[in-house]
Ligand binder design. Structure first.
Ligand code: HEC
Length: 336
């Protein structure tokens, strides 16, 4: 709903809470389903090649606990990739903050902003890193939130699965959490240490040219190619040179991608630069080639064509590039 909680988090819908549960455990009832209406919008590159993008419109179908508030702000999200999470967590906060350029002082048209979010463990506002709007500070808090909201069970960090949910949430607080502290620690360790797939075909001339095109078109202005992690208790995450292709900052991506739903300091037009490592393996791993926050893009080419706002110059450069250069760029992305 419009507004925010005392910690700056998005306000839940009065009945359904912060997340619509479209599945339920045996014996329970799902809260509803999301209906998606697609509109195909076709376009043409200057060289005549055609493309088509599908624009989604979302609504809640068959809500089971009464009507959804007409003032609700709906934002659809797909599950983000899980590789390299601990490495992203190990990038020192000061380096990310130093890379932000909220007032576009360097006048490159790109003003990366940090999100400041609530850390439940520290009870304080900290840098947001995870999620499509950088709304989560740590892998642990993201994991605990997913346990409650996606899976419906309790952890030592969040004993009440109805926390932040609407009044329709009827699971009462359990006497003891369903997951032990040890199991939660193991789960967080696992989530932090899922390895990033190695880039392939790096000697292929098209892939090599595409790596340069990526920089030349201005993609790397947001999709930062290289970071060095700081100290981490896990040796494999500590002091590593990594290539996540993200600045972990928020960018206005234009009307086309705007969801109109703020999250902490992220506006309804801003998204966190999506990491691109492992991009070429995404379909193999998940079975889908859906990209962008709501999965509307059917592969990397459509994802680029949806870029707007601060990324307009890069998108325009891609559209205007010779067909061979576009193919090289896509070969590079497919090899990540
Ligand atoms: C102004 C910053 C910015 C620039 C410049 C930019 N991007 Fe992005 N990119 C983003 C953001 C933010 C997202 C996430 C948008 C969303 O989910 O709606 C994204 C998402 C993507 C995705 C989808 C990744 C996924 O996991 O869904 C791809 C692929 C991508 N960008 C490639 C590129 C390429 C190639 C270029 C250069 C032509 C480029 N981007 C330029 C900010 C930028």
């Amino acid at each position: 709903m419009p507004g925010a909680t005392a910690t700056g988090a998005p306000l839940g819908e009065p009945t359904y809470g912060g997340q619509l549960q479209d599945r339920a455990l045996a014996g329970a009832t799902r809260e509803g389903l999301i209906d998606i209406a697609w509109t195909e919008v076709s376009g043409r590159y200057p060289d005549g090649t055609r493309y088509s993008l599908r624009r989604p419109t979302y609504s809640v179908g068959s809500p089971t606990a009464g009507p959804v508030s007409p003032a609700v702000l709906l934002s659809a999200r797909i599950a983000p990739p899980m590789t390299g999470m601990g490495l992203l967590e190990a990038i020192p906060e000061a380096k990310i903050v130093a890379a932000a350029d909220p007032d576009d002082v360097n006048t490159d048209g790109i003003s990366g902003r940090t999100n400041r979010v609530w850390d439940d463990t520290l009870g304080a506002g900290v840098l947001g890193r995870f999620g499509w709007k950088a709304g989560q500070p740590t892998v642990r808090q993201q994991t605990v939130g997913a346990m409650a909201n996606d899976m419906g069970f309790t952890t030592p960090d969040q004993p009440d699965p109805c926390h932040g949910q609407g009044s329709a949430c009827s699971l009462s607080a359990q006497p003891a959490p369903e997951m032990s502290a040890t199991d939660l620690a193991d789960q967080v360790f696992y989530n932090r240490t899922i390895a990033v797939p190695i880039a392939r075909r790096v000697d292929d001339p098209s892939v090599a040219r595409g790596a340069n095109t990526f920089v030349d078109l201005g993609c790397a202005a947001c999709h930062t190619t290289t970071w060095t992690t700081g100290h981490d208790e896990v040796v494999g995450l500590s002091d590593q040179t990594i290539h996540p292709f993200t600045d972990l900052l928020l960018h206005d991506m234009g009307d086309g991608l705007a969801d109109g739903r703020p999250e902490f300091e992220a506006t309804g037009r801003e998204w966190r630069t999506a990491p691109l490592w492992g991009l070429g393996r995404r379909k193999e791993v998940t079975g889908f080639d859906s990209l962008l926050h709501d999965g509307r893009a059917r592969g990397p080419e459509e994802a680029i064509l949806w870029h707007g706002g601060e990324a307009t110059a890069a998108k325009t450069a891609f559209v205007g590039a010779p067909r061979s250069a576009r193919q090289d760029l896509l070969a590079f992305l497919g090899a990540l």
